[in-house]
Design a protein around this ligand. Structure first.
Ligand code: GLY
Length: 530
């Protein structure tokens, strides 16, 4: 089964599985297809993470997060008065050195079955022969039209005649087909060296960006040891830093382990209180302490993941809201997209990839046909100042040359007590990824909902600062909202459903696999379901 945020990309993955490919081949082919059909998030010039289950006892985590170019520096996005500018988001300087192609190549080289060129071929065909603009892509183009209009190469593709492409239109991108063909022919070198690398460097020079040929040639994906988080008899295989998700999941699982959430009642005031106080503390730790393990020494991972620390934090939770300012003292220290795949042999992959906000910085590499990321904004541009997601982060995540920016991407696999795959999940949505994936898995495990209902259920979110509970329409009834306000919570109902993340997930049922692409954003599941 394959689940992604694009029907055409899901169909590519399903076809690879049907023709002898394993889950790794399918995830790589689907990811390349997403770079064509879901271009606001799917990419070849962004980065991501993958969590893989090969067989009981063999799990792996791949980090292909972007890196800060060698010329980057901690204060590079501050103006003369020391104020953050929009440059970490909006122009050529916003791009980190891309990791996606190196990641997909490393993933396939280690665990793929089909030939590399065969898994890249469907994406080439889509770009060369034409694909249909899906609803979410059309909405993304319209939403980001002003940003895309600033890049002539972006405007030529996405705004023909000055108008955003509409849903249902057919589009060919010959430059992207040629770029993908070089990747099919030469592997990762077809992107990081030669013609494509030159196009990227020329684009950077033309727009004042920092990425050089040496940055590209030096990029490496890194295999990391996944984190294993016990939760009510299941084992969540999760991403370690530079993703923050595994740590937040471990802290959440430990802090909630003694509480029967189902007994509290789904989205009762008591349930929302427990979730919010847990996330407030876990995100406070995330925002202050975590960063790239290659640069930040002494991250207290063992302590953060310990049940003893969870008990200490639990002891600070009272009957009402704790102001986030107080929690900061307790701690010592759209557009991302996920795809979930499982094959008939029990191999499973959750892979999340991003260019950060919709269409990244909006800059299409002239002659390359693909858009660049604006991932540098995920670093701490200025300690104490919020980033585009409102996250207030600390020095551990400051900008340093070659460093990976802290992420919330949460590709996760849940194994049952026998070590077999039970569920695969991940999401897009900035820091809301972590809480969206957590709520989907908790709805499945604690509340015994089907995977479809677990993902579709309305959500809430808290990330320490701003000190608000973001609430999706229909997530709470009026008496519960009033009870929470009485406990001291500031509820913010202003965000649209779209802002609560887009989960793609699948789970085992008694009769086969069930998969779902979130109503919050769309997409498709395809495979041998029940
Ligand atoms: N760009 C969003 C994240 O990685 O957290």
């Amino acid at each position: 089964m394959v689940v992604s945020e694009s029907e055409q990309a899901t169909a590519v993955g399903k076809d690879i599985l049907a023709h002898g490919g394993n889950a790794i081949d399918a995830v790589v082919a689907t990811a390349f297809a997403l770079a064509v059909t879901h271009p606001s998030a799917g990419n070849i010039a962004g980065g991501g993470f993958a969590v893989v289950h090969i067989k009981p006892g063999t799990d792996a985590a791949l980090d292909f997060r972007e890196t800060a170019p060698a010329a980057a520096s901690p204060d590079m996005y501050l103006d003369a008065a020391g104020k953050p500018t929009r440059q970490s988001l909006e122009d050529h300087r916003a791009s980190g050195t891309p990791g996606t192609v190196a990641g997909l190549f490393a993933l396939h080289a280690k665990y793929g079955k089909k030939k590399w060129a065969e898994v890249v071929a469907p994406a080439i065909a889509l770009a060369r022969d034409g694909f249909t603009i899906e609803r979410t892509t059309a909405e993304g183009i319209a939403h980001d039209a002003d940003q895309l209009a600033k890049s002539p190469a972006s405007a030529a593709i996405w705004l023909p005649g000055g108008k955003p492409l509409a849903a249902g239109a057919t589009l060919q991108i010959p430059d992207l087909a040629a770029t993908l063909q070089r990747i099919a022919d030469k592997g990762a070198d077809g992107f990081y060296q030669g013609a494509t690398a030159k196009l990227i460097v020329d684009e950077m020079k033309a727009g004042g960006g920092l990425i050089t040929a040496a940055d590209l040639a030096g990029y490496k994906a890194v295999w990391r040891t996944p984190l294993a988080v016990d939760y009510r008899g299941y084992k969540l295989i999760a991403m370690p830093p530079p993703s923050s998700s595994g740590i937040v999941f471990a802290m959440s699982a430990n802090m909630l382990r003694a509480i029967d959430l189902a007994k509290l009642g789904w989205h009762s005031a008591a349930h929302v209180h427990q979730l919010t106080e847990t996330w407030r503390r876990a995100f406070a730790a995330r925002n202050e302490l975590l960063g790239d393990p290659g640069y930040v020494t002494g991250m207290p991972i063992d302590r953060l993941m310990s049940t003893q620390y969870a008990d200490e934090l639990d002891a600070t939770i009272g009957p009402s809201a704790t102001p986030s300012k107080q929690v900061a003292q307790l701690i010592e220290g759209v557009h991302t997209t996920n795809l979930s795949v499982v094959d008939g042999g029990g191999v499973a992959v959750a892979l999340t990839t991003t260019i950060n906000t919709g269409f990244g910085n909006g800059v299409t590499v002239t002659g390359g046909g693909f858009v660049m990321n604006n991932e540098m904004d995920d670093f701490t541009v200025k300690p104490g100042s919020p980033n585009v997601y409102g996250l207030v982060q600390g020095g551990a995540n400051k900008i340093e040359p070659g460093k990976r920016m802290l992420s919330s991407m949460s590709p996760t696999i849940a194994l049952d007590g026998k070590g077999a795959v039970y569920a695969v999940a991940g999401a897009g949505g900035g820091p809301r990824i972590v809480t969206a994936v957590w709520q989907s898995l908790s709805n499945l495990i604690d509340f015994h909902l089907s995977i479809e209902a677990a993902v579709a259920a309305p959500r809430i979110h808290h990330q320490h600062l701003p000190d608000k509970v973001f609430v999706e329409a229909d997530a709470l009834d009026q008496p519960t909202a009033e009870a929470l306000t009485g406990l001291g919570y500031a509820l913010d109902w202003s965000n649209p459903a779209f802002a609560f993340g887009g989960v793609t997930a699948l789970a085992r049922t008694p009769t086969g696999w069930a998969g779902t692409a979130d109503r919050h954003r769309g997409g498709a599941a395809a495979g041998d379901g029940p």
